[in-house]
Design a protein around this ligand. Sequence first.
Ligand SMILES: NC(=O)c1ccc[n+]([C@@H]2O[C@H](COP(=O)([O-])OP(=O)(O)OC[C@H]3O[C@@H](n4cnc5c(N)ncnc54)[C@H](OP(=O)(O)O)[C@@H]3O)[C@@H](O)[C@H]2O)c1
Length: 251
Amino acid sequence: MENYLDFSGKKAVVTGGRRGLGKAMVLALAERGASVAVISKSPDAGNLMEEIRKCGGKGFYLSADLAQPEDRKGIIGRAVECLNGIDILVNNAGLQFQETAETCTPEQWKLSQSVLLDAVFDLSRQAIPYLKKQKSGKIVNIASICAFREGGWNFSYGVMKAGVVGMTRCMANSLARYGIQVNAIAPGIIRTDLTASCFEKERYEEICRKYPAGRLGEPEEIAGAMLFLASGMSSFVNGQTLVVDGGFCGN
Ligand SMILES: NC(=O)c1ccc[n+]([C@@H]2O[C@H](COP(=O)([O-])OP(=O)(O)OC[C@H]3O[C@@H](n4cnc5c(N)ncnc54)[C@H](OP(=O)(O)O)[C@@H]3O)[C@@H](O)[C@H]2O)c1
């Protein structure tokens, strides 16, 4: 039987892979033999390349502000040059504002749209010709449960993540015939810099009461879902959004 968790020889691009969920996904891929190109905003990768090397993988770092069309231009081509190909694209980079439909500023709306939606579209479009040529490829978009159950204070984030869910379905429909699968993950609250305030003791206990699992998630639990969607295990799954939230949305 095929070892689905062997990613030897696979080439993956992960946006926002420098920390948080992205980093957990980068290391999960590298540990299983993939070469990984990380695209993030910071000018340098910190010690991430060293960590990738330690777990036996090969890593490359490309600094780009994905909010900027000029930074996005040709970025997948550059990653392909480093990796000598591309099999997997994980569109993960993200940010979040605390606002409502009434308080969201035009600047917040624009930045949310650029990073959370435009970059996913743009980078996927840049990857498609490579994946189409080899008649295989996996695009995994990181959406959010806010696409379905926005709590009232992450307005533009919820709108854009709902867009990611829609884009995933529509892109999958037209690319399936070329052997390309496009799926998404909708995480619940997971421990990263983005959600640090949710892990402060009192708030944590209050939020956990709404989670049937009785706890919030860890980045590795999203990496597991990504490995499934990026491997042959999910060969007939397309256009789907996998909710990974300890049961919150089903509650
Ligand atoms: N954590 C959660 O509970 C949760 C839940 C649902 C969905 N998500 C989604 O999961 C993804 C990762 O979130 P996270 O929690 O890991 O967040 P995080 O810890 O704040 O990390 C965000 C990553 O995105 C990168 N990034 C942000 N803006 C960028 C830009 N303009 N250009 C390039 N890179 C940019 C950052 O790059 P630098 O490191 O270079 O700054 C960082 O690596 C996001 O799409 C988020 O919406 C997270």
